[in-house]
Ligand binder design. Structure first.
Ligand code: PMP
Length: 353
C-alpha cells in the first residue's frame, strides 16, 4: 500500500496552501494589520497570559469571549455564535455539514481559494461562477448557476478577496432569495468596508455571516466566528472539535476586543493609507489598480512575474496572483501597510515595472 493507492485522487491532485518564508521582508502579502498593540495593553496581556491555567482545558463554550463579541460586534441575543480556529475552520465545518454525495458548493471566481480547497477536502463538488471582467457580480450567470446546480452552500466574500471590491447589495439579496441552501457571506474585511449584511439575518433564514479577527489585528490568535439562527448553528456546532479555541486566544481576544477603539483607530489609518496607495499606484504608468474596500489592493502590471521577483529582491513581499486564475493574469496584490512601508513598496515598484 502506498499513498497513490490509499489517498483520494482529488487530494493527491491538490497543491498545498503555500505560505512563503517572510523573515526580513517588508511583509505586505497576507492582509495583516501592520500596527502592534500599544505597550500598556501588551503588558496587560502578558499578565493575563501569565495567570491563565494552561494545565486545564479552555472553557469549551468560550462564554466570556462570546459575550464580548456580542457587545463589540452588535450581535443580538436572537442570534447564535459559532467560534472557529480562524474562519478557515468554520468553512471546513460548513463543508463537512453538507457533504452528501453529489452536494455542491458554489463560489465566485476569482475569490478566496479556501472555499474551493475545503470543498475538495470534504468530497464536495465545487462550482465557480466567473465575476465580470471588472470583478463585479455577474447577476444573470450567478442566478442561473444557482438554478442549475442547486448548491447546498454558497460562499460570497464581501468585500471579495483578492479583488477587494464589495458586491452590489441588491444582487447579493437576490442570490440569498434564490439559493436553495445556505449562503455564507464572509465579512473578513468588514472593518475596512463598514458595510454588512448582519442586519439582514432576520429577512433571510438561509443567511449566515462569517467574520474573523485576523484582519483586525489579531491574525496570530486565530479566531473566526459565524453568526446566524440557532437552528443552523446548533447543527454546525456538533462538528466543532472540543476546545477548538485555545485558552490563550480566549483571554487575549476578550481583552483586546475590550479595547476596540484601538483597533478601530488602526483600521481608520489603514483606510486612509489605502486611498493614498491607490492614488499613487494609479499615477504609475502601466499600473492599473482596482478600487478596494478592504485592506489590500489588487493591481495589474505589464509583467507580473518580473515585478514580483524584482520587489522580492528589494526585500518587499507581496502576493503574486498571475497564475492563480486566468482572470488575474498580470495581477499582484499588496496589503496596505504603514505609510512608511507603503512608501518603500511604491519606491521599489517604480524601479521594477
Ligand atoms: N475569508 C476571506 C475572504 C479571507 O481573505 C481570509 C484570509 N485570507 C479568510 C476568510 C481566512 O481568515 P482566517 O482563517 O484568518 O480567519
Amino acid at each position: 500500500m502506498n499513498p497513490d493507492q490509499l489517498i483520494r485522487d482529488e487530494i493527491r491532485a491538490l497543491t498545498p496552501y503555500h505560505v512563503p518564508e517572510a523573515t526580513g521582508y517588508v511583509k505586505l502579502d497576507a492582509m495583516e494589520n501592520p500596527y502592534p498593540l500599544p505597550e500598556a495593553l501588551r503588558a496587560e496581556i502578558a499578565q493575563l497570559v501569565a495567570h491563565t491555567d494552561i494545565n486545564r482545558y479552555p472553557d469549551a463554550e468560550a462564554v466570556r469571549l462570546k459575550a464580548r463579541l456580542r457587545q463589540t460586534m452588535g450581535i443580538g441575543p436572537e442570534w447564535d455564535i459559532l467560534l472557529g480556529n480562524g474562519s478557515d475552520e468554520l468553512i471546513q465545518i460548513l463543508a463537512f455539514a453538507v457533504a452528501r454525495p453529489g452536494a455542491i458548493v458554489l463560489g465566485l471566481e476569482p475569490s478566496f481559494v479556501m472555499y474551493r480547497m475545503i470543498a475538495t477536502f470534504a468530497g464536495l463538488r465545487y462550482v465557480g461562477v466567473p465575476l465580470k471582467p471588472d470583478f463585479r457580480l455577474d447577476r444573470e450567470a450567478t442566478l442561473a448557476a444557482i438554478r442549475t446546480h442547486q448548491p447546498a452552500l454558497v460562499f460570497i466574500a464581501y468585500p471579495n478577496n483578492p479583488t477587494g471590491n464589495l458586491f452590489d447589495e441588491a444582487t447579493l439579496l437576490e442570490i440569498l432569495a434564490a439559493a436553495p441552501g445556505l449562503v455564507v457571506v464572509d465579512e473578513a474585511y468588514h472593518v475596512f468596508a463598514r458595510k454588512s449584511v448582519l442586519p439582514r439575518l432576520a429577512d433571510y433564514p438561509n443567511l449566515l455571516v462569517m467574520r474573523t479577527l485576523s484582519k483586525l489585528g489579531l491574525a496570530g490568535l486565530r479566531l473566526g466566528f459565524l453568526v446566524g439562527a440557532r437552528a443552523w448553528l446548533a447543527e454546525l456546532g456538533k462538528l466543532r472539535l472540543p476546545y477548538n479555541v485555545n485558552a490563550l486566544t480566549q483571554v487575549v481576544a476578550e481583552r483586546v476586543l475590550g479595547a476596540m477603539a484601538v483597533l478601530e483607530e488602526q483600521a481608520a489609518c489603514i483606510r486612509e493609507a489605502r486611498g493614498e496607495l491607490f492614488r499613487a499606484l494609479k499615477a504609475l504608468p502601466g499600473v492599473e489598480p482596482y478600487p478596494s474596500d478592504a485592506n489590500f489592493i489588487l493591481f495589474r502590471v505589464p509583467d507580473a512575474e518580473r515585478t514580483f521577483e524584482g520587489l522580492k529582491r528589494q526585500g518587499i513581499l507581496i502576493k503574486n496572483l498571475n497564475r492563480a486564475h486566468p482572470m488575474l493574469a498580470g495581477c499582484l496584490r499588496v496589503t496596505v501597510g504603514t505609510p512608511e512601508e507603503n512608501g518603500r513598496f511604491l519606491h521599489s515598484l517604480a524601479t521594477c515595472l
